[in-house]
Design a protein around this ligand. Sequence first.
Ligand code: SF4
Length: 379
Amino acid sequence: MPPFIRKALDVGDKLALLASDSRYDLACSCGTREDEHRRRGSDDRWIYPAALPDGRTTYLFKTLLSNACVNDCKYCPLRGGADARRCSLKPEELADIFLSYFKVGKVGGLFLSSAVEGSPDATMEKLNRAALLLRRQQFRGYIHLKIIPGASDEAIRQSVALASAVSLNIETPGAHNFKHMCATKDYARDIVRPINLISRLTAKGSRFARVKQTTQFVVGASSETDREIIDACATLYKKLSLQRIYFSAYQRGAGAESLPGERSNEDNAAMLMREHRLYQVDWLLRKYGFEASEIPVGADGRLSLALDPKEAWARAHPEFFPVNVNCDDRSRLLRVPGLGQTFISRILAFRRNRSRISSLADVARPTKLLRRAEGYVTF
Ligand code: SF4
């Protein structure tokens, strides 16, 4: 066959391509790296473990419906005009394949996303139809639907009615950062408006309160600072009640264009470390009682790459320490670098049993992390 004639793709080929392209989307609690937690097996490339909103773990069937996109997000290897092989699945094809996996117990749920094929609402119609077909076949399990930027209110309402969780990627904090990344989407109209609408539709006490909303930032693709991202996260959690926020380090050489906000001295490894630090901050905001304003950043608005943010806070607040392991409450213990939620629960259980703790080794085998705590506690 001449090299310029490509073989027509069958459904299996399309699924392999679309599932592989879905790896850039993290907003579903799935692993992302090639080797990360995926099930082994010749046809299991599209199966990912994921945490459900109720804390259980399941295996998700994760794919795009299409990788043909009309948008021009400069950080995205699938943007219109980029050299990528394009294809689409029909909703009926997706529903059939998914059910064949579900019926033999290979997967427990679906994460379904898509590039913008034609228009936002045309794409939403396909996503919603796939979900509707599954619901009509009595599939009552977990469905996570991607909301396409610029989708109409009605299309979003239909997704929320069908899904267990939905996500629209916010990408960056603020229109001033967004304009460097994409010319075909409007930040206020296509990103902020739908996120606000989903938040209202799924608010506590509403008909769809069971539906969770998540989102994702691309880190390092514009000139955004960590301070801006952290403040945006606090707003998304507190005012809009998002369930989780994910971060994806922009990686040069992954098919993306050169971007105006790029820092020339920052390599891909540094971007990944920045992503890691933002995940640590996310934990501090959600689980450790930190306010966004307490997270220390440098004069340039950036987190330290060398120091984890909890330790950076502790070093800046010597007046707070030492924390007494035998007397202080959970909220104070949570501020100690190296002490995690599980270890603190063990400390409190020890205390309830009237056991006096004379060293952290009384509670658990010493680890590198625990040794970090020793300089901040007393007994
Ligand atoms: S909308 Fe943007 S991020 Fe999504 S597939 Fe298209 S180009 Fe990529």
